[in-house]
Design a protein around this ligand. Sequence first.
Ligand code: SF4
Ligand code: SF4
Length: 411
Amino acid sequence: MAYAMHGGIQYEYIDAMRAARGADVTDMAPSASLVLTLPENKRVLVRVGDRVLRGQVVAEADGILLHTPEAGFVSETSDAVRIECDGTDETAATVVKTNKRLQDCTREEIIEKLRICGVADSDGSSMADRLESADGASVLIAECIDDIAAASSPASIVNGMKILMFALGVRQGVIVCGDDIIDAAKKLSDICAKSKLIKVATVRAKYPQADKKRLAYAVTGRRAANEFVVSAQTCAAVYDAFVTGMPQTRRIVSVTKGKISKNIRAAIGTSFAELLKFAGIEVGGGGDIVEGGLLCGHSVSPGDSVGKTTRSLAVLASDNVYVRRGADVCIRCGRCVSACPEKLLPNYIVSYIRDGKEHAALSRGALDCDGCGVCSYVCPGGVPIADIITGFAKNHAREAGSEAQNERDKS
Ligand code: SF4
Ligand code: SF4
């Protein structure tokens, strides 16, 4: 029987997350205009009017290079780099294949290749930086639970793992799949059959099982072991970068609304409006568009665009339980308690916070809450439990930080 974490919610009870699981991946042709969104901390490397080639670096942000997925002309460089694609397939000279076998490469060469190709993991961290600072990892874990779309490239996932394992110097790799994607898990198992180093494990498909620390626990049975966890889609991007030299310029995004679901491979910079249109999904009717998972994702607008970390987009109907908030009254049903993966008592913690009993909230483990949002989702009273507890934890951290600073100033 597949391993099952404590608490959480089975995906089959979360409409917008269930729909895309197991669906095929469809390639979307690049839009006429691509908008590469930039964070504040960025360095733009092109100017308005410049002609750019597919795979050319256009900006650097938070230590990760950003490349244009298509050739074209730069029409904007302020908050985003906008490329007006010209439909040619001219590729930058910097996109070069690795002409060495993996065994003949050094760890430094692999890291440099991933840096040049701007490969980021699903949390936005640079793979090159992570590999560089990895110290004594014992196992590589590839998450294929939430990253269901990546199951369409099983060979790339396995080969990407081999590259990462080589760079990390680890001899054990585990691909973790949800038990609701048996076909994808079987494909991966078949590919791994000849490998003594990589195996496939299945776990109950629950939210938030894909969280790094829960994955590590599912694989090793230890809470704080030394694992290196990446998403399956990142493994495939590592393989593409290493073999073809093509930077990370595309993402597979699960797009859902009710019973409509599509997994779409789209160029980074594709607007959500065009992505939804391609999926045959209409926006409107008072619902919300949520990126990054129903429970801990965030609202976005149709004008926003696909980035290196985009993996899901859900258009919610206005009567969806996530949108339809109740009266904010606890009816003491205890659902939040049985659903909390951290085995906390969220109802008590909220009550202490609201009564100003900070000490009691802390002693009940308020700071152990990781904001997964499960409690808020299951609460029939519409209490925004996760927001209240995470807000409290943030305030506490801020106050503790200022007190420490005051003490330093005094001494
Ligand atoms: S948000 Fe916090 S309190 Fe709520 S279920 Fe998750 S870990 Fe538990
Ligand atoms: S789920 Fe909501 S209503 Fe039920 S005990 Fe928790 S806070 Fe109260």
